[in-house]
Design a protein around this ligand. Structure first.
Ligand code: DC
Length: 233
């Protein structure tokens, strides 16, 4: 279990909702660490592709997850010393990651690795099950979403900016399929839990979304401080 006294902000939500961008900005504002948990699933997918591992070989996929040699450094991701920051962002990698993320042994193999990111002064993390499974004691839990159409537009812009070819209708279809797969799987499905605040960013700018999270976090800190004061002898 994560260390109780270290504050965690868990931002969960569907694919291409902008949760990663918002989480990184919030982490920067607070001077907290940042974990992009989806990157770990994407790394397993990339390694599985590189090693031509069969997607139905759950045992081998879990082994890959357990033994990933990863370094996160200055917004870059290295797999076995190779810079794979862009390689893991392709749609193919995302779809494969979504598929193998439905296997419980793969999820279990990544659990401790994710919890190890919880270090002082705090952590902001994004994914699908950060608040429900990995950091159930998070100080603040958010379900960040946006309409599928807006998410497809955002993903399209992101890919084009990276020089990756994209088609908006295909992206929308992929996003809807991925939502369905991530939401309907048996283990740690994507869903808004009752203790998570809903942040719909369809009509919000990134700065507005960032400010909303920061305001909720200040509120959560004030509530914790008040409860501690009330409990104090
Ligand atoms: O956030 P992302 O699109 O980079 O994540 C890629 C896939 O990984 C996503 O479709 C589902 C899976 N994932 C997951 O199951 N649990 C997480 N905490 C993060 C990602």
């Amino acid at each position: 279990m994560p260390t109780q006294n270290i504050p965690v902000i868990a931002i969960d939500g569907p694919s291409a909702s902008g949760k990663g961008t918002v989480a990184q900005l919030v982490a920067k504002s607070l001077g907290f660490h940042y974990l992009d948990s989806g990157a770990l699933y994407r790394l397993v997918a990339l390694k599985a592709t590189q090693t031509q591992t069969d997607i139905s070989n759950i045992k081998k996929l879990a082994e890959i997850a357990r033994n990933l040699e990863v370094i996160f450094s200055d917004n870059k991701i290295f797999l076995e010393n190779n810079n794979v920051t862009d390689a893991i962002r392709t749609e193919e990698c995302g779809i494969l990651a979504s598929n193998l993320a439905s296997y419980p042994p793969v999820r279990v193999a990544l659990t401790d690795r994710q919890r190890a990111f919880c270090q002082t002064p705090g952590l902001v993390t994004d994914g699908r099950d950060m608040g429900s499974v990995i950091f159930p004691n998070a100080a603040l839990k958010i379900f960040l979403t946006a309409s599928a159409e807006i998410r497809a537009q955002r993903r399209y812009k992101q890919l084009i900016e990276k020089g990756i070819n994209a088609n908006i209708a295909v992206l929308l279809q992929d996003i809807q399929k991925r939502d369905e797969r991530d939401s309907n799987r048996q283990v740690a499905p994507l869903q808004q839990n009752t203790d998570a605040k809903l942040l719909d960013t369809t009509a919000l700018s990134i700065t507005q979304a960032q400010n909303a999270v920061l305001a909720w976090y200040s509120e959560a800190c004030a509530n914790i401080a008040f409860e501690l004061k009330v409990k104090a002898p």
